[in-house]
Write a protein that binds this ligand. Structure first.
Ligand SMILES: Nc1ncnc2c1ncn2[C@@H]1O[C@H](COP(=O)(O)OP(=O)(O)O)[C@@H](O)[C@H]1O
Ligand SMILES: Cc1ncc(COP(=O)(O)O)c(N)n1
Length: 292
């Protein structure tokens, strides 16, 4: 017996709200084994990111080599990379092991919700040129999509659609551009996938606990792909091939958005920080474990 397994490649934060911590909690909540490669330590809290400490490229590479020699992920999620060294090591391993990573989900992390840059310009260039073309599913917020394309960020749903279409031209099978930063009563994301273009809407949650939303969404997407892969592997669903089916993208992303919304709603009333009422707190990832 082998559990569904997702490899997350991302940064560590001491609060455990975003990056690798959010990924591993999300995977646990969704019944998937999480393995994690650390790219950087992002020192921060509910009050924002204070400093970034990027690991040397060879430290990132050594972690990837050890874990990939040992286990075969059903899906892989790439999050915060921080700079060119990690981005280069990761894209090299992705090229070498592409067929052994399962569905590859890229969260194009470039900027924190407070506006702090999380990647250097050189790192962003490597991400755009070498990683984006290799992934199955790309997720970017308005600022990240704009930066990847060298355009001004989208300001409305039509702009999100245009950017998602343009990003899909770079290679990913499906692209989700998230539009929560646009404001409005609904959080609107646009998904361009093999079946067409869909606008995904959910009621905006009025909450100070939204840190790690992007990480949680993309980890939940990777978790769902891993489960599809597991069903295929164990013969529980003979309709599913090793790469899933094209229709999976919309179903999986919609379901991951629902999971995200429930983690956000549940954390709405949390008072975690010593200074409640300031900053942005974490989501409640463990909602599926505490229910009932
Ligand atoms: N207040 C909110 N209410 C509902 N959904 C939200 C809210 N904030 C963000 N989201 C959703 O969370 C996901 C990630 O949002 P995004 O802005 O991309 O986060 P990040 O900047 O962390 O990547 C998207 O699906 C987005 O629509
Ligand atoms: C380690 C790490 N990774 C990612 C983000 C951004 O994520 P979000 O915008 O989802 O809070 C972050 N602040 N820190």
């Amino acid at each position: 017996m082998r559990p569904p397994l997702v490899l997350s490649i991302s940064a560590s934060d001491p609060l455990g709200a975003s990056g690798l911590a959010a990924d591993l909690k999300t995977l646990t909540a969704l019944g998937v084994y999480g393995a994690g490669v650390t790219t950087m330590i992002a020192v921060g809290s509910t009050q924002g990111v204070r400093s970034l400490h990027r690991l040397e490229g060879d430290v990132v590479g050594a972690q990837l080599d050890a874990v990939l020699a040992d286990v075969r992920p059903d899906a892989t999620k790439i999050g915060a990379l921080g700079g060119a060294a990690a981005a280069t090591e990761v894209s090299r391993r992705v090229r070498e092991h592409r067929a052994e990573l399962g569905t590859l989900v890229l969260d194009a992390v470039m900027v924190d919700l407070d506006g702090t840059a999380l990647i250097t310009a050189e790192g962003a260039a490597v991400l755009a040129a070498e990683l984006v073309p290799q992934v199955d599913v790309l997720v970017a917020n308005t600022l990240e999509a704009g930066q990847l394309l060298g355009r001004a960020p989208a300001t409305d749903a039509e702009g999100l659609r245009e950017h998602a279409l343009a990003l899909r031209e770079l290679g990913p099978r499906s692209v989700l551009v998230t539009g929560a930063r646009l404001g409005g009563a609904d959080a609107v994301d646009v998904l361009v996938h093999p079946g067409g273009t869909d606008v995904l809407r959910s009621a905006r949650v009025d909450s100070a606990h939204t840190r790690g939303a992007g990480a949680t969404l993309t980890a939940a997407i990777a978790a769902q792909y891993a489960r599809v892969e597991e069903f295929g592997r164990t013969g529980q669903d003979d309709q599913v091939g090793s790469e899933g089916t094209q229709d999976d993208d919309i179903t999986i992303i919609a379901s991951a958005r629902e999971f995200l919304a429930s983690t956000m709603i549940d954390a709405q009333t949390w008072e975690l920080s010593r200074t409640p009422g300031t900053g942005h707190g974490p989501l409640n990832h463990l909602i599926t474990l505490s229910a009932g």
